[in-house]
Design a protein around this ligand. Structure first.
Ligand SMILES: O=C1O[C@H](COP(=O)(O)O)[C@@H](O)[C@H](O)[C@H]1O
Length: 259
C-alpha cells in the first residue's frame, strides 16, 4: 500500500506554497513521461489554496496545455449556480490558466440544471470511460478502473471527502466509477461523486485540510480512532496530507511533525 505522509505547516500560506511545488513537480513528471497530466479537483476550500500556481514561476513554466481536469464530486446544478464546484474552480483558477477548454470535463450542464443526479452520475462515468478509451486517463493495473495522476482533495469537519459522507451507503459502492446522493447532509442535497475505489486508484492523492474545526476528523482519519470516509484514503504511489497547524492540533506530535 502507498505510504500515507503528512506535512504540517504553520500557516495556510506556507501550505499553499508547498502544495504548488508538489503539484508542479508532478505536472513536470507526467508531462515528460506521457505528455498528459490528469488532475482531479474537489470543491470547497481546496481551490483557494491553489493561488500560488497562478504566480511566477509556475504560471509560466507549467505545461498547461497538457493538463486534463476532472472533478471528484459535483453538486447537481447548472454551471452558473453558486453551488457548482465547476464554477468555483473556473472563477478562481481555470479562467486564469491556459488549459484548453476541451480538456476540462465538467458535469453535464443540462442534467445538472434539471437536478437529475442519477443520470448526471451515469453521464460522468461515460465521460471517464471515453477518456480511458482515448488513452487520456490511464487504468489501474488490470482492474480496468481509471487511474488519475493527481487528485487534489479536501475534507469536511465530519470527515467526508468528495461526496462520500459518514453513515451513507455510497462509500460501499464497489462496481460503479461515479455514484450519486440525493440526501447529502451538507447542502445541496443532490451530488455526484467518484466512488472510493476510483479515488483510491489514483497515483497521487493530496488531502489538504486547514482550521481547527477539522482537527477532530483529521485525528480520527489519520489515527483511525473513528471510521470516517477520509480515513480510508489510499493511493497507488503516495498519499500526502497537507495540514495547517490548527488542523493538526489534535495529532500526537502537533504542528511540528513534518512527514
Ligand atoms: O461539499 C464539499 O465538501 C468537501 C470539503 O469542503 P471544505 O469546504 O470543507 O473544504 C469538498 O472536498 C467537496 O469537493 C465538496 O463538494
Amino acid at each position: 500500500m502507498a505510504p500515507v505522509k503528512r506535512r504540517v505547516f504553520k500557516t495556510k500560506k506556507e501550505m499553499a506554497v508547498e502544495l504548488a511545488k508538489y503539484t508542479a513537480d508532478l505536472s513536470s513528471k507526467f508531462c515528460k513521461e506521457r505528455g498528459i497530466f490528469t488532475v482531479v479537483f474537489s470543491g470547497g476550500d481546496l481551490i483557494s489554496w491553489l493561488w500560488k500556481l497562478l504566480e511566477p514561476p509556475y504560471i509560466d513554466s507549467i505545461e498547461w496545455s497538457k493538463w486534463h481536469i476532472f472533478w471528484v464530486d459535483e453538486r447537481v446544478c447548472g454551471w452558473d449556480d453558486a453551488d457548482s464546484n465547476y464554477k468555483l474552480a473556473y472563477d478562481e483558477f481555470l479562467s486564469k490558466v491556459p488549459i484548453p477548454a476541451e480538456n476540462i470535463y465538467a458535469i453535464d450542464n443540462g442534467l445538472g440544471a434539471e437536478g437529475n443526479a442519477e443520470l448526471a452520475a451515469e453521464r460522468y462515468e461515460e465521460c471517464l470511460k471515453d477518456k480511458v478509451n482515448q488513452n487520456i486517463i490511464r487504468t489501474y493495473k488490470s482492474s480496468g478502473f481509471p487511474q488519475f495522476d493527481l487528485q487534489l482533495l479536501g475534507m469536511g469537519p465530519d470527515g467526508h471527502m468528495a461526496s462520500l459522507f459518514p453513515g451513507h451507503d455510497q462509500i460501499n459502492e464497489k462496481v460503479k466509477w461515479v455514484t450519486y446522493i440525493t440526501d447529502s447532509p451538507k447542502p445541496p442535497s443532490k451530488r455526484i461523486t467518484f466512488t472510493l475505489t476510483v479515488i483510491n486508484c489514483a497515483s497521487y492523492n493530496v488531502m489538504a485540510v486547514c482550521d481547527k474545526e477539522q482537527a477532530d476528523s483529521v485525528e480520527a482519519a489519520l489515527n483511525h480512532t473513528k471510521d470516517v470516509p477520509a480515513g480510508r484514503l489510499t493511493a497507488d504511489d503516495e498519499v500526502v496530507w497537507f495540514l495547517d497547524q490548527a488542523a493538526a492540533s489534535k495529532l500526537p506530535h502537533g504542528w511540528c511533525s513534518i512527514l
